[in-house]
Design a protein around this ligand. Sequence first.
Ligand SMILES: Nc1ncnc2c1ncn2[C@@H]1O[C@H](COP(=O)(O)OP(=O)(O)OP(=O)(O)O)[C@@H](O)[C@H]1O
Length: 445
Amino acid sequence: MTELSSLESLWEAVQNTFKQTITGPTYENVVAPAKADSLSNHQLTVVVPTEYHLDWWQRSLNTQLKHILREQTGQDIEPRYVLTKNLINKSTTTSTTAATPTFQEQTPLNPEYTFETFVEGRSNQFAYASAYAASEQPGGLYNPLLIYGGVGLGKTHLMQAIANNMLIHNPNAKIKYVTSENFMNDYINSIKNRTQEEFRREYRDLDALLVDDVQFLASKNETELEFFNTFNVLHDNSKQIVLTADQNPKEIPNLTERLVSRFVWGLTVEITSPGLETRIAILNRKAEEENIQGVPSEVLNYIATKINTNVRELEGALMRVRVYAQLHNTPITTAIAAEALQGIGDAPTTALTIDLIQKKVANFYGITQADITGKKRVKTIVIPRQIAMYLSRELTDNSLPKIGKEFGGKDHTTVLHAIDKIEKQLQADSQLQNDIKNLKAALTP
Ligand SMILES: Nc1ncnc2c1ncn2[C@@H]1O[C@H](COP(=O)(O)OP(=O)(O)OP(=O)(O)O)[C@@H](O)[C@H]1O
C-alpha cells in the first residue's frame, strides 16, 4: 500500500468509527468535511474548512479521535487541526528559502492576523501602536519589540500582523516565525545532524525573526545561549526581532539575566484582558468575518459577559453558539446561547441559585415564592414567574429542564416560551427593561 492510500484508509476507518456514535447532522456537518492531510512523527494533520469546525474538533472530538487512532494503529497519535486556507497559504506566506529537512516545517503566518482585523481597545492600544510602528520601520526604535500578557489576548495576532505588514511593503522580506520550542528543537536537531551551519544561516540571515512564547527558553541553558547569539547578530544588523511572553520578562523564573536585559532593550508592552465593550466589538467583527448573520446584540452581550478574559475562548464561544443553533435548526437567541455555553466561561454569578432568583423576584413584585413556583394564571403572577425563569437562564448555568423542575415541575418548553416572551417584550417595554436591570443589579452585586 502507498503511504497516501494507507493514510486514506486510516481516515476512512476513523470516519466510519465516528459514524457509529455520531449520526445525523453532526456527522454530516462536522465530521464528514474533515480530511486527513498527513501523518508523521506521531502527528496527524487534519484539515477542516472553518474555524467552527476547528473549535468543534478541538473541544468535542479530539479525545475520541485519539482513542480511535490508538485502536486503529496501536500507537499514540496526536491530532493537529489546520484550516484549509492556512494549509493552502502555507507555501506562499513566508519567504524564507533556506529550509532544509533539518528544521521544523516552516510555521505559516496566518494571513488573517493583520492590523485591520485586530480590534483596538484600552487593553491593547499601546501594544497595537507599537507593533504597527515596528512593522513600518523594522529594525528601528522598537527593536526588539516584546509583547507580553495572558493566554489568548492577541499577542501572536499582533506579532504576525507585523510580519504581514512588512511583507506588504517588501514581499521579498525574509521573515521567520517560530515558537521558542521550535527554535529549541531546530537547535537540538542541528547538533544531532551536525548541521549547525545551516541552522545559523536559517536563523540569522533574516529581515525579521518572530519568536512566540519566549518563556519556554528559561532553564534551557544551551538553547538560551544560542538564542542570545542569534539575537545579537540580528540586532547588530538592525534586523527586527519580535518576541512574545506570558509575563514580563523580568519576572520569568530562571531566564538568564543576559537574555532578560536583551529582551527589554527595545520596547516591552503589555496586553491585558479586554473590557466588555472591546469584547463585544471583537464578537461583532468575528460574526462579520465568519458571515454569521442576524446575531442579536443581546446575544453578543451575553457571550461577552460570560467569557470575560480570553479572546480565543470568546471567539470559540461564538462559533459554538452558531454550530449549536445550526444543529438544532433554530435562530440564535440568548436562551440558545446559554444552552450552547453551559459550563463554559466564568458566568459572573455562578454562585447564584434559582431559589434565590425566585425569592428576589417574588419580593420585588410583592408576591410569594410559592406563587412563582405555582400554577396560578393571573397576570400579576405569570409575568414575575416568566421574569424569574428568564433570569434563571441568563444568570445561572442551569439547563432548561432543570429550571422547569425548580419552577414546580414545569416542562422545558414552558421555560423556553417564557424566555422568548420576555426577550421579545424587552425590546419595546421600558418598564420591563428597568425592572430587569434593577433585579439583575440586586442579584449580581
Ligand atoms: N483585539 C483583538 N481583535 C481581534 N481578534 C483578536 C484580538 N485579540 C485576540 N484576537 C483573536 O483571538 C485569538 C487568540 O489570539 P492569539 O493567538 O494572538 O493570542 P495569544 O495572546 O498569542 O495567546 P497564547 O498565549 O495562547 O499564544 C486569535 O484568533 C486572535 O485573532
